[in-house]
Design a protein around this ligand. Structure first.
Ligand SMILES: [Zn+2]
Length: 461
């Protein structure tokens, strides 16, 4: 069976084949580093990671790039609020992001690219667009992408349908609305207008500007990803991922300006993950209905349990977040860990039949829910040896990233067990000072105690 992925561009599942026959050129729209991402945002990175792992599992070489947006409307606004330089401000959140993705067992991309390192490359693309008359300078010195002209010229290299092909825009409404210009990075479909490639400096930008051939200013958000993708992966790439909310306007704009500049199809497979909902509404900072990984940790839930919970649904399905569901996932994950720990120390051979099944499910547009059922089946199968089960589980975990290989098998020292019991006692008596002291003592012996709904859980530091 060949790999099949759902391509947002065609709205169908397509067979996967490479552009250059050597390696998968893969770009993921990374975070805007202006705060802690919420767990809904992390779905995009867990999805991209799973996709990458599946490609590697299928023997592909993968060159994966993820950007960090460290200059845009939001980073400038919030760094000023905190009285920090843009760099100081964004570097802090970049480091926090890196710690978070590590705790979700997300494999680092080959490279994280910072937008501010690619200003020159962005300017070059904008120059090309100006030269081809797909862009124009407005009176205030900002430069905009000319949607109508791009569409009139046949626009897109991939099908000639012009602007709106990726997000399936109704072109008649486009004609009606596309008369004006929009300087904001983010906007809705009913506000389609020529978008900013380069924003001329204004007072709100403070000391955030670059003096370039385009004038004094800063890039628009969308051009950043085009420049970072093209500089690191070339003018045409295989896969570009992001959340569904990136389809419009971000990816539509990335596509238009890239294809306008090169005259070539920018991305072969556009892939997008669905939302995480809370009470059937999209989890979003603007809705104030979001949770971060710190909220999970505060409840004693390992971020990997969140990864596991997401894998139980297809990445193209909306999931509704409730704490009980996540706690249920953690309990199930713990059961899997315990079953695994019961297999002993010996590692045998990967079971071919199960491996085949597992692979087949994943090849069908990453059917992780079904792949997980195969994992349970292996662990419960009475007809294969423990050693072979262990090898098979470890093999599956190359894709699942649940951390089976890292579960500590050492017996917990008696001294630690005693401290944990004493701490539980102190907590029951609401003696939090004592319980805190005991926690520190436990830490000093190399263990971390987490309080979960099912009682304390120990982890080695
Ligand atoms: Zn992007």
């Amino acid at each position: 069976m060949t790999l099949k992925f759902y391509n947002t561009l065609s709205r169908t599942k397509e067979d996967f084949s490479l552009i250059n026959k050597k390696e998968v050129l893969f770009y993921t729209c990374g975070p805007t580093v202006y705060g802690y991402p919420h767990i809904g945002n992390y779905r995009a990175y867990i999805f991209a990671d799973t996709l990458k792992r599946v490609l590697l599992y299928n023997g592909f070489k993968v060159k994966h790039i993820m950007n960090l947006t460290d200059v845009d409307d939001k980073t400038i606004r919030d760094s000023k609020k905190e009285g920090k330089t843009l760099r100081e401000f964004t570097e802090f959140y970049t480091e926090e992001f890196k710690k978070d993705i590590k705790s979700l067992n997300i494999v680092n991309p080959k490279k994280f690219t910072k937008a501010t390192d690619y200003i020159h490359e962005m300017v070059e693309i904008i120059e090309k667009l100006l030269h081809k008359k797909f862009a124009y300078k407005s009176k205030d010195g900002s430069i905009y992408f000319d949607i109508k002209r791009f569409s009139a010229q046949g626009g897109s290299a991939s099908g000639g349908k012009g602007y709106g092909q990726l997000s399936h825009l109704d072109m008649s409404s486009l004609k009606k609305n596309a008369g004006g210009r929009i300087i904001k990075d983010e906007y809705e479909k009913d506000n389609i207008q020529d978008f900013a490639l380069w924003k001329a400096w204004d007072e709100k930008d403070g000391d955030v500007f670059w003096n370039t051939t385009l004038g004094k200013g800063r890039p628009g958000w969308h051009i950043e990803c085009s420049a970072m993708s093209m500089s690191n992966l070339g003018e045409q790439i295989d896969i570009h991922t992001g959340g569904v909310d990136n389809i419009f306007p971000h990816h539509e704009n990335e596509k238009a300006q890239s294809e306008g500049a090169t005259g070539k199809q920018f991305v072969k497979y556009w892939m997008h993950n669905e939302w995480v909902l809370v009470d059937q509404k999209k989890m979003a900072k603007s809705e104030h209905n979001f949770y971060t990984l710190s909220d999970l940790r505060a409840k004693g839930i390992d971020p990997v349990a969140y990864r596991f919970w997401l894998l139980m649904a297809n990445y193209r399905t909306r999931v509704n977040f409730v704490w009980e569901a996540l706690e249920g996932a953690e309990t199930a994950l713990k059961r899997l860990y315990n079953l695994y720990l019961g297999l002993g120390d010996e590692t045998g051979n990967i079971n071919k039949e199960y491996n085949h099944k597992f692979k087949n499910y994943l090849e069908d547009d990453l059917d992780t829910p079904r792949a997980l059922t195969v994992l349970w089946d292996v662990l419960k199968d009475g007809n294969i040896s423990n050693a072979d089960k262990k090898a098979t589980v470890l093999d599956f975990d190359k894709v699942l990233g649940l951390g089976f290989a890292d579960i500590k098998t050492e017996k917990i020292p008696e001294e630690v067990e005693k401290l944990v019991t004493a701490r539980e006692e102190a907590r029951k008596n609401k003696d939090f000072k004592k319980s805190d002291e005991l926690r520190k003592e436990i830490n000093s012996l190399g263990y971390e105690v987490k309080d979960t709904a099912e009682g304390p859980r120990l982890q080695q530091l």
